[in-house]
Write a protein that binds this ligand. Structure first.
Ligand SMILES: Cc1cc2nc3c(=O)[nH]c(=O)nc-3n(C[C@H](O)[C@H](O)[C@H](O)COP(=O)(O)O)c2cc1C
Length: 241
């Protein structure tokens, strides 16, 4: 098999709506999309083609993506929503995204995000029904017309999960070039059994996460959430002699 392909041909791509700096700085997790503004299949293909330029250890390219739109998306969402509401499906995390015991400084950052998100989503403190409803919106891809389910072969190691992360970022940045927005969604992982059955995903793969893709609903309050970051000197140490 020839694994050495020629240089990527970007001649078919339209002019990007923003440059790399703008794409990085304008990327945010959107949690409300315009359901009636469709995304062309060719655009999704181009986004995936660009994202697949991500580096990966020994060029193994471990990413696997199921793209859902139209009737398949609607059916999957309906089943997930029902499972979430009735808790009928035996949902289970197949891998640990988070540690069992939280600790600082991550605990505070997580709390800060939760508080800010619930404030813009109109969820009052301790209102478990509203919290559940907010979580449930994940399973409609926050009304985005396109959903991605991202998987990886379970025989691969943690290094390939790093590769997957760079690929995910590529999707999110490339989407900005088309004027689109995204939300990465780990919430899907707990319903891997249902998703597996619906989309015929083999047992050999982990369902790592989902991702909503579409045009932001700029009128939605929940999209006003602007998360903050630690300054560079809080996480980077320079040995700059
Ligand atoms: C792998 C991954 C999974 C995530 N899963 C969810 C999710 O299930 N639901 C959700 O609302 N946000 C999810 N997020 C979004 C994070 O909450 C968000 O990235 C973080 O708060 C920073 O905000 P920003 O993306 O707007 O900059 C996820 C992010 C990542 C990277």
């Amino acid at each position: 098999m020839n694994t050495v392909s020629s240089k990527h041909d970007s001649s078919e791509l339209p002019d990007a709506e923003c440059d790399a700096f703008q794409a990085l700085s304008s990327r945010r997790s959107m949690r409300a999309f315009c359901p009636d503004k469709p995304v062309e299949r060719r655009v999704v293909e181009q986004i995936l083609e660009l994202a697949a330029r991500a580096p990966s250890g020994t060029n193994t390219q471990p990413w696997k993506v199921r793209v859902v739109a139209g009737a398949t998306r609607d059916r999957l969402c309906a089943r997930l929503m029902q499972a979430h509401e009735t808790e009928e499906a035996d949902c289970e995390e197949e891998y640990h995204y988070y540690p069992e015991q939280w600790f600082e400084p991550y605990l505070s950052r997580r709390r800060q995000l939760g508080k800010a998100l619930y404030a813009v989503a109109g969820v009052a403190k301790g209102d478990h029904a509203a919290m559940k409803q907010q979580l449930g919106r994940n399973y409609r891809f926050f009304d985005a017309p396109v959903g991605l389910l991202v998987c990886i072969d379970r025989r691969l190691e943690v290094g390939s999960w790093l590769d997957l992360g760079t690929f995910l970022m590529g999707i999110m940045v490339a989407a900005r070039g088309f004027g689109l927005h995204t939300c990465p969604q780990q919430a899907f992982a707990r319903f891997h059994r249902l998703i597996r059955a619906e989309l015929d995903i083999p047992q050999q793969e982990y369902v790592v996460c989902g991702m909503a893709l579409g045009y932001e609903d700029s009128a939605a309050e929940v999209n006003r959430l602007a998360t903050i970051r630690e300054p560079v000197d809080a996480f980077a140490t320079f040995f700059w002699d």
